[in-house]
Design a protein around this ligand. Structure first.
Ligand code: AMP
Length: 415
């Protein structure tokens, strides 16, 4: 199978790593990729938001499967363009990706499907926003309706700040505050059959102890030893399957990766958000534990044949990933600094480094090229071992001004 992956972050490096280990994959390509992906796949410089360019590349390469990683190309309809050319593609249509692209659309689907989520109002004026804030009370949750690369949500007890965020967006969803721990549960679907993956938890804040600003994610781990038994089945029955069925009923069939961000509240499990693609950095730990070769699973989604797949097999152990970010991330990341110690980090074979924002210079040195730079990932018999291995690898890497959290999976590993 010849596979083309679209994207260039640590999620795509994780996808490429798993695909490169799948014996059915004979050729692996990625566009645009990054310095780490270039070690396991042939990289191509294309505009990932341009469906025509992506389709042309896939046709030229004779791709049997195109895997679209990030949300922006999905919402831009890149999967539609590839599908229209008759090439199997993993990823939803632009219309179905509105599940992530519009919070208001997602709320509408959830209401129709009876999926438990926070009560909410869609607001377009300052008066509506003020009324909604007062209806729920503090802490206030204000979400930009559109795609905002993780920066669209403000959770605050400051009413003025909540109003200011609402005023800065064209349309917002204001909703009730959900207490309780968060879980990310991914499922692969072909529009009818839904295969849940293993749950993971990510760390959104920049600093230890969940302090500091929100980020794209500073680390993740799987499994969740504290999660209730039966959680995956419950979410499949009450969230994932009804959502997929409702989208099919509307004629906007959703195939690809359905990501449910959940809060386990005192009043039950609630959906915080849906995403239409693999989450980053949770993908790094979920794929680290998946034993079933990946390409066949993704192709099953792309070709509507997931019902014929054997049950997924999982590593019984644990996985932890720690994100190394550049100085100034998330507000003003500094780029262009050399990264040392990458080979040393992987030397003992217990950890591996997935690249996020990196590029190689003319001399082959790897330089930082984004806010999140690396996702250092390790597996182990349990979370404590995986954590120790991931942090030992992080310690061997040097990046000027580089920052990482020191408490990824700490509570889960020690409780
Ligand atoms: P989202 O982009 O919708 O995932 O929101 C980003 C983060 O904001 C989530 O991971 C939560 O930590 C937080 N958040 C979003 N919605 C709520 C809510 N209704 N109650 C509490 N926290 C929330």
């Amino acid at each position: 199978m010849k596979v083309l992956v679209i994207g260039g972050g640590a999620r795509e490096h994780a996808l490429c790593r798993s695909l490169s280990q799948d014996p059915s994959v004979t050729e692996l390509h990625c566009a645009p990729g990054n310095a780490g992906i270039a070690r396991v796949a042939t990289v191509h410089p294309v505009d990932q938001l341009d469906g025509a360019q992506v389709t042309e590349l896939a046709a030229k390469l004779g791709s049997d499967l195109v895997v679209v990683g990030p949300e922006a190309p999905l919402v831009a309809g890149v999967a539609d363009a590839v599908r229209a050319a008759g090439i199997p593609v993993f990823g939803p249509s632009g219309a179905a990706a509105q599940l992530e692209g519009s919070k208001a659309f997602a709320k509408d689907v959830m209401a129709a499907a009876g999926v438990p989520t926070a009560r909410s109002y869609v607001c377009t004026t300052a008066e509506e926003a003020a009324e909604a804030l007062d209806a729920f009370g503090a802490p206030y949750v204000v979400k930009d309706d559109g795609l905002a690369a993780g920066k669209g949500v403000v959770v605050t007890s400051d009413r003025e700040a909540a109003l200011a965020h609402a005023a800065s967006c064209e349309r917002v969803v204001i909703e009730e505050y959900l207490d309780g721990p968060e879980v990310s549960l991914f499922a692969i679907t072909d529009g009818t059959t839904v295969l849940p993956l293993q749950p993971a938890q990510d760390f959104k804040r920049a600093l230890d102890g969940d302090e500091g600003p929100n980020t794209g994610g500073m680390g993740a781990y799987s499994p969740l030893p504290w999660a209730p038994d039966g959680l995956v089945q419950e979410v499949l029955d009450t969230v994932l399957q009804p959502t997929v069925d409702e989208l099919r009923r509307r004629g906007t069939e959703f195939s690809g990766l359905l990501y449910a961000g959940l809060a386990l509240t005192s009043r039950g499990t609630r959906v915080i958000e849906f995403n239409a693609r693999f989450g980053d950095p949770e993908t790094q730990v979920v794929l680290a534990r998946l034993r079933t070769p990946l390409a066949g699973v993704l192709l099953g989604s792309a070709t509507g044949t997931l019902d014929q797949l054997e049950p997924l097999r999982w590593d019984e152990g644990a996985a932890v990933t720690v994100v190394v970010a550049s100085e100034g991330y998330p507000a003003a990341p500094r780029t262009g600094d050399p990264i040392e110690g990458l080979a040393e980090a992987e030397a003992d074979g217990t950890a591996y480094v997935l690249h996020a924002g990196t590029k190689a210079d003319e001399d082959g040195r790897v330089l930082s090229a984004g806010g999140r730079v690396l996702s250092v990932t390790a597996t182990g018999a349990d979370l404590a071992e995986a954590r120790d291995r991931a942090y030992a690898a992080v310690d061997r890497i040097s990046l000027k001004g580089g920052q990482h959290r020191t408490d990824i999976a700490l509570k889960a590993a020690t409780s």
